[in-house]
Design a protein around this ligand. Structure first.
Ligand code: ASP
Length: 362
């Protein structure tokens, strides 16, 4: 993606002279920043910034290193999440991701590029290790936004991607265990009343794994871009599309405002388009953290069917949001939390930031 449509920030460029401090901290224990302030140590520092879900601690450093070398934010965030997509031990993203109910790995990814306002995404793509790269190509080399299934795979092959077996032994064994222990609590719902509580999946983390990586960044030119990539909900119904590849749900960015992305129960996010909501709240003046909390509350208010509620009428699932704004602030929140954190990096290195929580368990 070209970098011609940049809004220039001289002070950002000055920062480019600063050598790659991020690289120096790679592998060292990240600092933890309190969510109470919801700001970085260099609040309003005019420099590049990267955020990610917690599984992206190496991704934010990679993206920051590229940005400090002059990369566009989109190029940087995609290269950052590629590290997780190719990691066979992360069973929530890309290669090694948990398969669907039939044992087939189907991946979702989306990207958004602030300076051009363009977006690209792929959903239910099979056999392609780097769905985020394909989403970037949809943005750059088509006049469309979303490609799904076989069409998405054909498009990737056209651009030289090999079709590979993405099901690792670890993920296959997870799937077999799940398959052998099926209960009546899955995603195929028999006829039921909205007040039926004992129906559908129980989202107990030990039973169903979730995971995704979201990454957003501001580059040296002050441009913002975002990516979200995932294998989606483990053992999902084949063909299920989550929030990650849906622009406005799994991610949203606006070069004049900021960016937001999410992980967690995608269905809740699809019904509220919460990443778009967060960016709009920030446009109205909310801090990133306040905007993320607003989205959590919106999902909580929106959730009405009994099988998705706990005994106190609160959602029985979790969703996390991560956001940054053009002022150089970051913030995040989750519906259920207390200990959650997300990854970030500025020109001084990588660190973890506390996620605010809408509800905590005693
Ligand atoms: N949001 C993803 C989805 O619903 C899953 C996750 O983040 O764990 O597909």
């Amino acid at each position: 993606m070209g970098q011609s449509t940049t809004k220039s920030r001289r002070d950002f460029l000055k920062k480019s002279a600063v050598a790659s401090v991020a690289a120096a901290t790679l592998g060292s224990a990240p600092r933890v920043v309190s969510a109470a302030s919801s700001v970085l140590p260099n609040k309003k520092a005019d420099g590049p910034l990267v955020i990610s879900s917690r599984n992206g601690q190496q991704s934010v450093l990679k993206a920051m290193e590229l940005i400090q070398g002059g990369a566009d934010a989109l190029e940087a965030v995609v290269a950052g999440v590629n590290l997780v997509e190719e990691d066979p031990n992360d069973t929530s993203v890309g290669y090694g991701g948990a398969p669907n109910a039939l044992g087939i790995v189907q991946l979702d990814a989306a990207v958004m590029h602030g300076p051009t306002g363009r977006a690209g995404s792929v959903a239910c793509i099979e056999g392609i290790k780097y769905p985020s790269k394909v989403a970037k190509l949809v943005l750059e080399r088509t006049d469309h936004v979303n490609l799904v299934g076989k069409g998405a795979q054909d498009f990737a092959v056209m651009h030289g991607f090999p079709v590979e077996n993405l099901l690792t032994e670890q993920a296959r064994e997870m799937w077999v265990r799940w398959r052998e222990n099926l209960s009546n609590r899955d995603e195929y719902l028999p006829p039921h009343d909205p007040s039926d509580a004992i129906i559908g999946s129980d989202y107990v983390p030990q039973k169903r794994s979730w995971g995704t990586i979201h990454c957003s960044a501001i580059d040296l030119a002050g441009n913002i871009s975002s990516v979200t990539t995932t294998s989606g909900m483990a053992f999902k119904i084949p063909g299920r599309v989550g929030d990650s590849p849906i622009i406005g749900a799994g991610l949203y960015c606006d070069n004049e405002v900021g960016a937001a992305g999410s992980t967690g129960r995608g269905e809740a996010n699809l019904e509220t388009l919460a990443s778009f909501l967060i960016v709009e709240r920030m446009r109205e003046g909310d801090s990133p953290e306040a905007a993320c909390l607003f989205a959590c509350k919106r999902i909580s208010d929106h959730t009405k069917v009994a099988h998705l509620l706990d005994e106190n009428g609160r959602p029985n699932f979790n969703v996390q949001f991560y956001a940054l704004n053009t002022a150089g602030e970051v913030g995040g929140a989750e519906i259920w939390g207390g200990n959650g954190k997300f990854a970030a990096a500025n020109s001084e290195g990588g660190f973890l930031v506390d996620l605010a929580a809408l509800y905590t368990r005693d």
